[in-house]
Design a protein around this ligand. Structure first.
Ligand SMILES: C=C(O[C@@H]1C=C(C(=O)O)C=C[C@H]1O)C(=O)O
Length: 359
């Protein structure tokens, strides 16, 4: 069996979009019950209550989670408020403890997904379970590693799978804590449309203000749910205080978000007309690119015969400047045109390189 054959019917048992919410970390019984109570009373439509029991911290000596005692509090939340519960597992010991406490949904964190040994250990501990297991993207933008983690789970007969898009680490300071890199998540969704995808705006943003925008963007492209950190007293939270919101703020946010359906029925004709035009233009784009590469080949032959270097910075600068100017005039984003032309130039260099090394 491969990942594309999974049916993932588990998601049908949840109200859509599936909202998973709760504190970053379990801190005390009262903090857990108070947060759960207020989530229940709000109209955020939360179906799963999350809380971190074991916390992977960047530096030692910080708060590393309350440990197994927190599982009792999760149990209480389930009994008193009827939520399903979720927590992160990062080794086999966590898995056994979480299953023992009957946690309903487990997730593998971004720092674990990067390590095949860890994922294999967790997968073996989970062998054959039918509880949903969600895999966060690895901290580094590596789609194969993300897919590999799911394959390890499937290899142990864990078939109710989902993924969480939590963004990717960067060295540069950006407005995000972890840049979304939407393309990687969309590549995943394209390859595995049958695997439910959740957005984790809390870890992408690292602050409260960006949460609604990122969540809306994810629902615009058809994600199935969101996992959002919510705490009864966010400013006093023991971990990730700056990105947590109260249950009431969460409810306002969820209610302000538009949910889009992926089904186009009823609009096939109207969309069909536009799509025909797009297909026609795509065909022309490919034709034009192919003609451009053929000319580049001729230039490559000329350069080879006359020992001229392939890369011509002056010429490339003129082309890039011209493209930027045209982008402005036509109202397209400068970044987009720059990306397209860089890709064309890279391929053109590659085409000429092939000619050069051909005897
Ligand atoms: C085609 C050439 O070779 C390279 C490729 C270019 C391109 O594809 O536009 C431009 C400059 C060179 O770096 C050229 O020298 O004109």
């Amino acid at each position: 069996m491969n990942l594309n054959e999974l049916e993932n019917n588990w998601i049908k048992g949840f109200e859509k979009p599936v909202i998973i919410a709760g504190p970053c970390s379990a801190e005390s019984e009262s903090q857990m019950l108070e947060t759960a109570k207020r989530l229940k009373e709000s109209d955020a439509d939360v179906s799963v209550f999350r809380a971190g029991i074991w916390k992977p911290r960047t530096k030692p000596n910080g708060f590393e989670g309350v440990g197994v005692i927190g599982l009792n509090w999760l149990k209480k939340v389930k009994e008193e408020y009827g939520f399903k519960t979720a927590t992160e597992v990062a080794n086999a010991h966590h898995v056994f403890a979480a299953l023992e406490a009957d946690v309903d949904v487990l997730w593998i964190g971004a720092r674990s997904t990067v390590n095949p040994f860890t994922v294999q250990e967790i997968a073996q501990a989970l062998r054959g379970i039918d509880k949903p297991v969600l895999v966060k993207n690895p901290v580094n933008p590596d789609l194969a590693l993300w897919i590999g983690a799911l394959e390890r789970l499937l290899g142990q007969d864990v078939k109710n799978l989902g993924v969480i898009h939590r963004g990717f680490s960067t060295y540069q300071k950006t407005k995000y804590r972890n840049i979304p890199n939407w393309q990687i998540a969309l590549d995943f969704k394209h390859q595995f449309p049958n695997i439910p995808m959740f957005i984790d705006p809390s870890h992408i943003c690292g602050n409260r203000t960006g949460l609604a925008g990122v969540t809306q963007e994810a629902f615009n492209v058809g994600y199935e749910g969101a996992i959002i950190e919510s705490h009864c007293n966010p400013d006093e939270a023991w971990s990730d205080a700056s990105q947590q919101i109260t249950p009431e703020v969460l409810a306002d946010m969820i209610n302000s978000i538009q949910i889009r359906k992926s089904d186009i029925s009823g609009y096939e004709d109207e969309m069909g007309k536009h799509r025909t035009l797009i297909s026609d233009l795509d065909f022309q784009l490919i034709e034009l690119l192919s003609q451009r590469m053929k000319i580049s080949e001729k230039i490559g032959t000329l350069k080879k015969e006359n020992n001229i270097a392939i890369f011509q910075p002056e010429r490339w600068r003129i082309i890039a400047d011209y493209a930027a100017q045209k982008a402005n005039e036509s109202g397209m984003s400068h970044e987009f045109i720059e990306k397209v032309f860089k890709a064309i130039h890279e391929e053109s260099i590659e085409v000429q390189n092939k000619i050069m090394i051909n005897k």
